[in-house]
Design a binder for this molecule. Structure first.
Ligand code: NAD
Length: 501
């Protein structure tokens, strides 16, 4: 059968809530007749009226042609009963997130619609394979996972279940492009691409908070320095702690309680206490009137601290940054590119780039600093000192970091600090997703940049780092915590061997 979906194909959108209304809007703007149905009385008509206001707003801002808006609105037909949609060639379902209800709906739709109709679900967490179970033609059901707000977010995950016919996924892929979206293929597995790969962004930082290693505003500042629009804590506050917790739990449960995805007691406590973030007025931060959001101190440059002998160790990009900074500052130093570690030797003290081992494990007069990702002057950068260091070392290390152009943030001596730990785990999760056939590396990068606005994709970070060093860092985390959480993805380990050869 021919699978192409054209402008002439009528689209049935079931569920006229946040997502359904957005999907109806873009389908109508793309030229389709759109039937909109919701079990709640008047919901479809109200959604249409609201869309009309939205589109008129765009017209008055000069962002949309008046006749285009009028035509799009005219194409949306709210229905009082599903039976009136029998001519639809495509259904996009955006109803309540419940397996039995979704299954029931699709079974009903199968009877109503032609055999050729494609059935798409916008589920964000339910298995597409499971929704298709019991259908007469399960091969025509596919996931079409949009992101909120639908008209603005470019990403669509095109999710195939075990029985989804490739031509059906391809038709939805092409349609998404025609609707101005960037589709990415995904295999139906817990969290699909984005909601899975993003887990460590929350989990690793919640783990640091659980250990009392650092304050939320410091975590947030350090990750914003990487280019994330929001740090993990402010992002969880925005998403809603309850919503984020429920996605985490669903991925954890769907993975047979794999320790990798274990939810955090820190988050559970906030949820139990009704501290949902912005929407409730309090979460990691206080949003009530007169509350002041804590911020890290501004960057202040420093002059060179005393040191008779300055050596740069290592030859990676960070070592090169140190070489360049010292050269620019006209410091007398030697460079030992063959060194097994990266950082600075400063008389009796060492300032090392984290390799995943805490400073206390590595030496006495020793500090470790986090992975600097940007080259921006004054970027916040976490560091930690050995539990046997002299009382002066923290200040000495901080002054060196300021002299080198960083805004140092002292934290507890946690393995892999903040940025290195978070990025390594994001890369590891993405590597596992590719290993398990969930998506391609390019698909993962596109999905994370478009679905959650990451400044780069995990495989782009990998390309700018070093697979061997990431594996080593994760192995050190694994050795420190001794659990399943930091196990290295087979894909990443193989990549490291390949690069070392
Ligand atoms: P919503 O609560 O805003 O809207 C759901 C609508 O479906 C409601 O109007 C409800 O009356 C209607 N409904 C419920 N059962 C129905 C049925 N059997 N038949 C017809 N209508 C029914 O929810 P939403 O946020 O738009 O989410 C809808 C779906 O999209 C869910 O599967 C959700 O997981 C998924 N999703 C949500 C987001 C998001 O950020 N909100 C993002 C991606 C995917």
């Amino acid at each position: 059968m021919s699978m192409a979906i054209t402008k002439e194909t009528a689209v049935l959108v079931v569920g006229a809530g946040i997502m359904g209304a957005g999907i109806a809007q873009i389908a109508a703007q793309a030229g389709h007749t759109v039937f909109l149905f919701d079990t709640k009385d008047h919901a479809a008509a109200e959604a249409k009226a609201k869309l009309a206001t939205t589109l008129e707003g765009l017209v008055s801002k000069g962002k949309l042609d008046a006749s285009a808006a009028e035509q799009a609105i005219a194409r949306i037909q709210p229905l009082s009963e599903l039976a009136k949609a029998s001519s639809a060639g495509l259904v996009v379902e955006a109803i309540i997130e419940n397996l039995d209800v979704k299954r029931g709906l699709f079974r009903q739709l199968e009877i109503l619609l032609g055999k050729e109709a494609i059935l798409a679900t916008n589920t964000s967490s339910i298995s597409v394979t499971a929704i298709a179970n019991g259908l007469q033609y399960p091969e025509r059901l596919v996931g079409m996972h949009f992101f909120n707000p639908v008209p603005l977010m470019k990403l669509v995950e095109v999710v195939s279940g075990l029985q989804t016919q490739p031509a059906v996924a391809e038709a939805i892929f092409e349609l998404s492009k025609a609707w101005g979206k960037v589709p990415v293929y995904a295999r139906s597995t817990p969290g699909f691409i984005v909601n899975r790969i993003a887990r460590p962004y929350y989990a690793e930082n919640l783990a640091l908070l659980h250990e009392q290693s650092v304050q939320p505003y410091v975590l947030d500042a350090c990750l914003r320095a990487v280019g994330f629009r929001m740090g993990p804590c402010e992002l969880m506050d925005l998403i809603g702690l309850d919503t984020n917790y429920s996605v985490t739990r669903s991925v954890y449960e769907a993975n047979f309680f794999d320790k990798r995805y274990v939810p955090s007691a820190v988050q559970r406590d906030l949820v139990d206490g009704g501290l949902f973030g912005r929407k409730s007025g309090q979460g990691f931060y206080d949003y009530r009137e007169a509350a002041v959001k804590p911020e890290i101190a501004h960057f202040t440059p420093a002059t060179m601290p005393a040191a008779n002998k300055v050596q740069v160790q290592g030859n990676c990009a960070v070592a090169q940054y140190l070489v360049d900074a010292l050269t620019t500052a006209k410091v007398n130093f030697t460079h030992l590119p063959e060194s097994a570690w990266t950082g600075l030797s400063l008389d009796e003290a060492e300032l090392r780039l984290t390799d995943g081992r805490p400073a206390s494990q590595l030496g006495k007069e020793l500090a470790v600093f986090d992975l600097p990702v940007s080259k921006q002057q004054g970027q916040p950068l976490a560091f930690a000192v050995s539990n046997r260091a002299s009382t002066e070392l923290a200040e000495y290390a901080a002054t060196w970091l300021r002299f080198l152009g960083f805004n140092p943030q002292l934290m507890a001596d946690s393995p892999a600090l903040i940025v290195a730990r978070t990025l390594a785990m994001l890369i590891n999760e993405a590597a596992d997703a590719v290993q398990q056939g969930v998506c391609s590396a390019a698909g993962a990068d596109a999905a994370m940049k478009l679905g959650v606005n990451y400044p780069a994709g995990p495989f782009e970070w990998l390309a700018g780092w070093d697979a061997g060093k990431i594996v080593q860092l994760l192995d050190h985390l694994d050795a420190f915590y001794r659990g399943e959480r930091y196990r290295v993805s087979p894909w990443l380990r193989h990549k490291a061997w390949q690069e070392a050869a």
